[in-house]
Design a binder for this molecule. Structure first.
Ligand code: ZN
Length: 159
């Protein structure tokens, strides 16, 4: 029985092609869970306030707001790849704004009913850290505007 199921597994694996060509990012994708104490230890006060307490930095104060360098924006909590500089645009909001994300492992969203508004909150899919919100008034081709706290991001320049 064990041999049969092993064989069935091998056949299934070779038919789906999973073993040969894993999807980009799938092998390294794993949810990250930490205690509040661990996050506090790892993050700066501002990063902790935004990522773990769903805080918002004041407009025009984030150092990546005006960043125009070419590279990748990663989650400040876990390093997950979130946005590429090619999708960053000047929205005039005072927060880094993007019209698209890197891949299906980057983001998850959730309805946010705070302050008497209905907004869509954007979180890092890997550590579920709060990043910002997404609005439907962005530029083409997506028409979306991901309004993201600079403190939730780490920028890695492309050489
Ligand atoms: Zn993260």
């Amino acid at each position: 029985m064990r041999l049969l199921s092993t064989l069935a597994f091998i056949i299934a694996v070779s038919f789906t092609g999973y073993a040969q060509s894993p999807e980009i990012g799938s092998e390294s994708f794993k949810k990250i869970e930490k205690t509040e104490a661990e996050w506090k230890e790892q993050l700066t006060n501002m990063q902790y306030y935004v990522l773990r307490k769903k805080g918002t930095e004041r407009a025009w104060t984030g150092e990546l707001n005006s960043n125009k360098k070419k590279g990748i924006y990663k989650c400040a909590g876990c390093g997950n790849e979130l946005f590429h500089s090619s999708t960053k645009f000047e929205s005039g909001s005072g927060w880094p704004s993007f019209y698209d994300y890197v891949n299906k492992y980057s983001l998850m969203d959730e309805a946010d009913y705070k302050y008497g508004m209905v907004r869509t909150e954007v979180l890092c899919k890997r550590c579920e850290g709060h990043l910002g919100h997404v609005f439907e008034d962005g530029p083409k081709p997506t028409g979306l505007r991901y309004c993201i706290n600079s403190a939730a991001l780490i920028f890695e320049e492309e050489k």
